[in-house]
Design a protein around this ligand. Structure first.
Ligand code: SF4
Ligand code: SF4
Length: 421
């Protein structure tokens, strides 16, 4: 609950797990009270929880934005969620929307500043798509970067990396903070899945572009979405990355198991606990696996325990339920990337004026561990934040319903791997 963690001897553990607290000596008992593992009664415990909730609820979050300059992509990945929505349009040559989009962002920023002050540079705008860095859209996308900088904001990009070379000068000129590129696996796997319209693989081009970007000091987060088909291939990918780039602080590869739905659809989804266990086996056999950061549920909480970092308690699940807005080039505004192009997820429009549906906006903003009934008494609440609203909405559940993850088993599985090190 509080992020505190202590090592106890076996006999103390047995006493505590049997709840025979009276059998503990005074020092041990005092420690349990002081470290807030134990409370005199339920009322005192509830008071502590209410206090933490109050602090977390009052925490202000700088708004962040995503801009989608196009839904078109130059690759034809079989699993693309945007293909599922059948949106393949490109932006028009009329770029009036860019100015309108930035003006609407200004309006939300100004509104937020009435609540608390922050620097414009702390407002992050992410360019994503479709493929946001299509060579054919160079003029318009450069103009977006130009306007973001003129308005004083920071930006980063999520791209497939294939046309990155075309944009390098602009990314440096406008001080892009980071680039996220997705790889699906080693050359063989990747070229089978992330293909151009003509069927050719994109691996070579992406590797060349990463090398160019690194040579110009750009920071790259390399994401590998894990599913049943590419998991065992990870050691091959790690070797290829090390052979090609060596160790480079500006290149951060990480793995992330695909959850139900999402970009890959449901087909290749791997159970998170199975994924954690299989990765641990790969770690034992292949030292190069250390190259990958591993992102699982509760892994940042586990880091706080094992790396003695500050426990960042969650009040909400994700940026969509915090202060995030997604603008597409067609004048639509959404909260969550998973729902872009989907009318149910739309919370407003922009054009000559900004128009937010306050009720829809509030549905996302008001979702937290205090408003969700089951979360109020859940011991994982500060690790979880109430679960993913998009998945609740797409499963036609009541939007005010929590979405639980099996934190007990997930933490246990990760603990095993971390203790084995
Ligand atoms: S609502 Fe769900 S899919 Fe959307 S950003 Fe949050 S966790 Fe991700
Ligand atoms: S695990 Fe379930 S009950 Fe617990 S905080 Fe998360 S969504 Fe709420």
């Amino acid at each position: 609950m509080s992020g505190a963690c202590d090592i106890i001897d076996k006999s103390t553990y047995q006493v505590i797990s049997r709840r025979k607290f009276e059998a503990l000596d005074g020092t041990a008992l005092k420690c349990l009270f002081d470290r807030k593992y134990l409370f005199q009664n339920q009322k005192k415990f509830q008071k502590e929880v209410a206090l933490i909730d109050e602090v977390l609820a009052s925490k202000k979050v700088v708004p962040n934005f995503l801009i989608i300059p196009t839904y078109r992509c130059n690759l034809s990945c079989g699993y693309c969620f945007e293909a599922a929505y059948k949106i393949t349009e490109n932006m028009s040559s009329n770029i009036e929307w860019i100015e309108q989009c930035l003006n609407s962002i200004d309006e939300i920023v100004t509104q937020s500043k009435k609540d608390f002050d922050f620097n414009d540079k702390d407002v992050y705008i992410t360019l994503m798509g479709g493929e946001p860095l299509l060579a054919q859209n160079y003029e318009q996308v450069s103009e977006i970067m130009n306007q973001i900088t003129n308005h004083g904001y920071s930006f980063n990009v999520i791209t497939n990396g294939t046309d990155l070379d075309v944009y390098l000068d602009e990314l440096i000129r406008f001080e892009c903070q980071s680039i996220q590129i997705t790889l699906d696996g080693s050359k063989e796997i990747h070229d089978n899945r992330r293909i151009y319209k003509n069927g050719n693989g994109s691996y070579e081009k992406i590797f060349q572009n990463i090398e160019l970007a690194l040579s110009r000091n750009l920071k790259i987060y390399l994401r590998v979405n894990l599913d049943k088909d590419n998991l065992v291939d990870l050691p091959n990918l790690a070797k290829e990355l090390l052979d090609y780039f060596g160790e480079n602080d500006n290149l951060v590869p990480y793995v992330y198991p695909m959850q139900d739905g999402g970009c890959l659809g449901d087909g290749g989804i791997i159970d998170e606990i199975v994924c954690i266990e299989e990765i641990q086996l790969l770690n034992e056999k292949h030292p190069q696996m250390a190259l990958f950061d591993k992102k699982f549920h509760a892994s940042s909480f586990m880091d706080t325990v094992f790396q003695n970092q500050q426990f960042e308690m969650k009040f909400r699940n994700c940026s969509a339920t915090n202060n995030q807005y997604i603008f597409d080039y067609k004048g639509n505004i959404y909260k969550c990337w998973f729902g872009i192009g989907n009318a149910n997820f739309k919370i407003g429009t922009y054009g000559k004026a900004l128009s937010l549906n306050r009720q829809q906006d509030a549905l996302w903003k008001n979702r937290n561990i205090k408003t969700l009934t089951k979360c109020q008494s859940c011991k994982y609440r500060y690790i979880c934040g109430g679960g993913c609203l998009s998945h609740v909405m797409t499963s036609a559940d009541d939007a005010k319903k929590e979405r639980c993850i099996d934190f007990y088993q997930i933490i246990k599985a990760q603990l095993k791997g971390r203790l084995a090190k």
